[in-house]
Design a protein around this ligand. Structure first.
Ligand SMILES: [Zn+2]
Length: 114
């Protein structure tokens, strides 16, 4: 499952930060998974929870935000927000829209203790 390798990548990133910035535990981790990044939030959380025991993320609260994606609508000539690929423009109903954001998975911030 794709989410397991993503979860491993996130854990690696957090552990690298822990070494670099000398903290031992993360109390809260906030992630952002864009509406178009193709990640199943429940599966990602499940994968993270199975990986964290014994790591600096053990016992932390993990929040995953799912911001709406943005797209450029050619008919409106403006940026609109969409929730999934293949969706019509919410303003004019045109399918001539190009996703421009919301395709990434990233760490937003974390609260840490020494
Ligand atoms: Zn439009």
């Amino acid at each position: 499952m794709h989410e397991v390798s993503l979860a491993g990548g996130i854990l690696q990133l957090v552990e690298d930060a822990a070494q670099r910035e000398h903290f031992s535990r993360v109390t809260r981790l906030r992630l952002e998974a864009g509406a178009l990044c193709g990640v199943e939030i429940g599966a990602l959380l499940f994968a993270l929870e199975s990986l964290v025991p014994g790591t600096c993320l053990d016992g932390s609260i993990i929040d995953i935000d799912e911001p709406a994606a943005s797209a450029w609508c050619m008919r409106c000539s403006s940026t609109v927000h969409i929730r999934s690929r293949g969706q019509a423009c919410p303003a004019c109903g045109s399918y001539q829209i190009q996703p421009t954001g919301g395709t990434e998975l990233r760490v937003v911030d974390m609260n840490v203790v020494d």
